[in-house]
Design a protein around this ligand. Structure first.
Ligand SMILES: NC(=O)c1ccc[n+]([C@@H]2O[C@H](COP(=O)([O-])OP(=O)(O)OC[C@H]3O[C@@H](n4cnc5c(N)ncnc54)[C@H](OP(=O)(O)O)[C@@H]3O)[C@@H](O)[C@H]2O)c1
Length: 285
């Protein structure tokens, strides 16, 4: 019997929900981290019905709020002895400039800094697993990204796609830097593109016509179950248990954007992210 424990952010909807469901069916103990109580309860209920057990549970956390991330991670660490897999999956699209409670542009806060901070907070639990995996859901949008250190938040000239692509490039830069720092440890780190997937991500923080455009555009995409396949593969396949520091698409490793391999950019982003989250990764690794 598989008793591995997996924590997945945004496991209540879209790709995260399908990933949670599939892993629960394989016997994993799934912990969902989501922001809406009713949605989390519905997801947990459905998953436990399908898996015919009561292993799936959830924690509430708004991942755009650093204090909530720290408190939730603290609670998880008190209630669990170890963690085998962390899937940083939750992401958002904002077509207008928005700031988090910490004063950070929303896509950067949720899509990158939440991955960076939650991972840091859960490293001690992952270190207690015999073989741990960190999986960062990025996007092929990162190929059109650039980290603009002089205008990180695009505050005065907000271009939502540039901000989204930057946040997804940050996922890849973070993955490579963390994989390198953890290369002699029990933890692997990989990033992935799920495909163009028919979820409602483009309908949540957008104007009605943008929402309509996403709905039409995403009809060209794959089903949500297919969009979860690379996440499920990286979480559960023995083929990748020793593979780290790669970018995946359709369950195959592929080259990411050239600048994502740039160690100076990785390190600059790392230091900046530590400062913005007020943490020091060297405490753990
Ligand atoms: N769909 C695509 O075509 C596509 C393509 C490339 C990459 N991706 C990436 O895939 C990942 C999953 O996206 P999806 O398409 O499955 O989107 P989705 O259906 O909107 O699901 C996103 C999940 O993240 C949660 N979430 C968002 N903001 C949060 C916050 N501040 N705190 C806590 N939870 C939060 C959502 O919660 P609520 O249910 O409460 O909103 C939901 O559970 C994202 O990282 C996205 O960038 C998607």
């Amino acid at each position: 019997m598989n008793s591995k424990k997996v924590l997945i952010t945004g496991g209540n909807a879209g790709i995260g929900f399908e990933t949670s469901k599939a892993l629960a069916l394989k016997g994993y103990r799934v912990i969902i981290l989501g922001r809406t109580k009713q949605k989390c309860e519905d997801a947990v209920y459905q998953i436990n019905q399908i898996a015919q057990n009561d292993y799936c549970t959830y924690y509430l956390c708004d991942l755009s709020n650093q204090n909530e991330i720290k408190k939730t991670a603290q609670l998880i660490s008190e209630q669990h002895h170890s963690l085998d897999i962390l899937i940083n999956n939750a992401g958002q699209v904002f077509t207008e400039y928005n700031e988090s409670v910490d004063g950070i542009e929303m896509q950067f806060a949720t899509n990158h800094l939440a991955y960076f901070l939650l991972t840091y907070e859960l490293i001690p639990l992952l270190q207690k697993s015999t073989e741990a995996r960190i999986i960062n859901v990025s996007s092929n949008s990162h190929y059109r990204g650039k980290v603009d250190f002089n205008n990180l938040y695009f505050k005065n000239n907000y271009k939502f796609f540039d901000a989204y692509a930057q946040s997804k490039l940050c996922n890849v830069l973070f993955t490579y830097a963390l994989a390198e720092k953890l290369k002699n440890s029990n933890i692997t780190v990989n990033a992935l593109h799920p495909g163009l997937v028919k979820t409602s991500i483009g309908t949540k923080n957008t104007k009605w016509w943008e929402s309509l455009a996403w709905t039409l555009w995403s009809k060209l995409g794959i089903s949500v179950a297919d969009g979860a396949k690379t996440s499920i593969y990286l979480a559960s396949s023995d083929e990748v248990k020793n593979t780290t520091g790669k970018y995946w698409n359709k369950c195959k490793a592929q080259e990411s954007l050239k600048t994502s391999y740039d160690k100076d950019i990785q390190e600059k982003l790392w230091k900046l992210s530590e400062d913005l989250c007020k943490i020091d990764y060297s405490k753990y690794i």
